[in-house]
Design a protein around this ligand. Structure first.
Ligand SMILES: [Ca+2]
Ligand SMILES: [Ca+2]
Length: 230
């Protein structure tokens, strides 16, 4: 399913709910007004209901998956084409451009294209890596999201300096990679965000090497895409 389409559908639902809520609020105000009119003089007046905050929450930075850019699904009869297949471990991961912790520098964010690849059968494992830089003015919150169905997608971190103090996942589940890097994994379509810090009390820079692992359970040919930021 397409996330942007789903999120716009959610906005439609949210707007509809707001309209419905306003209609209800108006209705109850009218009822209260007529009750107040009918009430005996001196009866305590019910307090004015607190005005609901109508301002919707600003949407979280949304990845720009392009539904038309989804890699074409190979014909079932055809061979599974898996060009530029990344390696299956941290050591042989495909290098992605380094980014900083401003979310707009991530793949699939800020107008940058998402990463696309192919899962070829049940034994294919695709590893990617990039360095995330902790810069002034933005916050370190590694995040990954994929609209593709049937994958397990993980993000593992290893601090550039000092020990990696892993703190947990928002969405997804905590896992450790084969070589011991902590991280978060999620079944797709889905998303997960990592929380961690680097070093001890004197270490304030949370720049880190980040590894992304893509697997699938089904033995099939699955073109996929994902977006991330650091
Ligand atoms: Ca592959
Ligand atoms: Ca960030």
């Amino acid at each position: 399913m397409n996330l942007s389409r789903r999120s716009s559908r959610c906005r439609v639902v949210a707007v509809s709910l707001l309209v419905a809520a306003s209609a209800l609020a108006c209705g109850s105000t009218d009822n209260e007004a007529s009750e107040a009119d009918n009430a005996d003089a001196g009866a305590p007046r019910s307090p004015t209901p607190k005005q609901e905050d109508d301002e919707p929450e600003p949407p979280e930075f949304e990845p720009n998956f392009d539904e038309d850019v989804d890699p074409p699904t190979p014909d079932p009869g055809d061979q599974c084409i898996d060009n530029d297949d990344p390696g299956s471990s941290e050591a042989t991961a495909m290098a992605l451009p380094d980014i900083d912790d401003c979310d707009s520098s991530g793949a699939g964010f800020g107008g940058n294209p998402p990463i696309v690849g192919v899962m070829k059968g049940a034994v294919d494992v695709d590893f990617y890596k990039f360095t995330g830089k902790d810069v002034v003015g933005c916050s370190v919150d590694p995040f990954i999201v994929s609209p593709t169905s049937g994958l397990e997608i993980c993000m593992f971190v290893s601090c550039a300096k000092g020990t990696t103090n892993f703190k947990g996942c928002t969405g997804g589940a905590e896992k450790v990679s084969d070589i011991g890097n902590p991280g978060c994994c999620v079944a797709t379509p889905g998303q997960t965000k990592l929380s961690f810090s680097c070093g001890g009390f004197t270490q304030t820079n949370d720049s880190a090497n980040v590894f992304i692992r893509v697997k699938q359970l089904a033995d099939q040919c699955t073109p996929y895409q994902f977006a991330y930021h650091f």
